[in-house]
Design a protein around this ligand. Sequence first.
Ligand SMILES: NC(=O)C1=CN([C@@H]2O[C@H](COP(=O)(O)OP(=O)(O)OC[C@H]3O[C@@H](n4cnc5c(N)ncnc54)[C@H](OP(=O)(O)O)[C@@H]3O)[C@@H](O)[C@H]2O)[C@@H](O)CC1
Ligand SMILES: Nc1ncnc2c1ncn2[C@@H]1O[C@H](COP(=O)(O)OP(=O)(O)O)[C@@H](O)[C@H]1O
Ligand SMILES: [Mg+2]
Length: 299
Amino acid sequence: MIDATNDPLPNLLARDPHSHKGTYGRVLVVGGSLGMAGAPALAGMACLRSGAGLVSLATPRCVQATAAGFCPALMTHALADDGERLVESAGPALSGLLTEADAAAVGPGLGRSDAVTTLVGVTWSIAMPMVVDADGLNGLAASRGRLTAPAGPRVLTPHAGEFARLSGSPLSDPNDDTERRERAADLALSLGGDETVVLLKGARTVVTDGERYAVNSTGNPGMATGGAGDVLTGVVTALLAQGLGPFDAARLGAFVHGLAGDLAAAKLGEIGLTAPDLLDHLPEAWVQTNKLTQLGADI
Ligand SMILES: NC(=O)C1=CN([C@@H]2O[C@H](COP(=O)(O)OP(=O)(O)OC[C@H]3O[C@@H](n4cnc5c(N)ncnc54)[C@H](OP(=O)(O)O)[C@@H]3O)[C@@H](O)[C@H]2O)[C@@H](O)CC1
Ligand SMILES: Nc1ncnc2c1ncn2[C@@H]1O[C@H](COP(=O)(O)OP(=O)(O)O)[C@@H](O)[C@H]1O
Ligand SMILES: [Mg+2]
């Protein structure tokens, strides 16, 4: 495998003065269930903080109002539910919403059920760029052995627990870099598709498409806090919506997300750090990243 860790970091282009919100992509975040309205909202807000032009959440009807209440810039769509989670009859409406978006995130807070597994399968066969996280990954794991190759570019963002479910066995040492990159690469290749990337989270997050890998240098244990991964999902999805390929989007997203965590920890300490603090520090993380890559010098 090629080690791309020290390759120049990809970045977004400086914004065109004549651009408009449509230039920067429409995102759909598919997530939420009773008790987990915050997860899709965190992902959606992270999309907005990472440059996406328009961001909508598709949630079960039972949490739509709650999810909408976190941020007035988010749009929301209510899908059919059973009072707790999505039901299969939500499928056609969900497919319709996905066709209107440039990129999607599937999974934050969706919960687990047969219907959710079926709906995740529907999204897997749609050709748009997509991040699959959390219960999206659990849905894929529940379909393991019956999965065809994804229809479009994918970034899968498991933590070690989700990785074990999806790959079929746990990491023998979750902190061993070599095992992490080899197992993540095997998973990316085994899923098939032309552009399937696995981003295995944790300290020293690894990003790989099976041929290349990069280890992320930013981040800290203050980020071991509920919702931090939902924020990462939003950042990477926003980059897909703005035209980055999945390897670049995953690599840049992991870097900026970790940098937001480092900036937050420098100000607040690690102990009191929460996922909303990551959102608050994403703008500064983008400013610093743009300086680093010099691409955003005239932003
Ligand atoms: N505000 C909201 O609405 C929020 C909603 N959320 C939503 O909650 C849903 C469930 O997601 P989840 O990740 O909490 O549960 P799950 O997949 O069972 O993982 C736990 C298992 O995995 C393991 N494990 C975890 N990390 C590990 C690691 N780094 N390294 C090693 N192992 C690790 C862990 O093992 P343990 O260490 O506990 O033995 C345990 O077995 C999902 O939809 C998500 O979006 C959250 O995002 C929070 C904010
Ligand atoms: N010790 C750590 N060092 C660096 N990053 C960490 C550490 N612990 C957690 N993180 C990061 O925080 C995020 C946690 O994601 P996840 O486990 O999905 O949380 P949640 O599901 O609660 O949103 C990941 O991006 C992970 O890399
Ligand atoms: Mg998570």
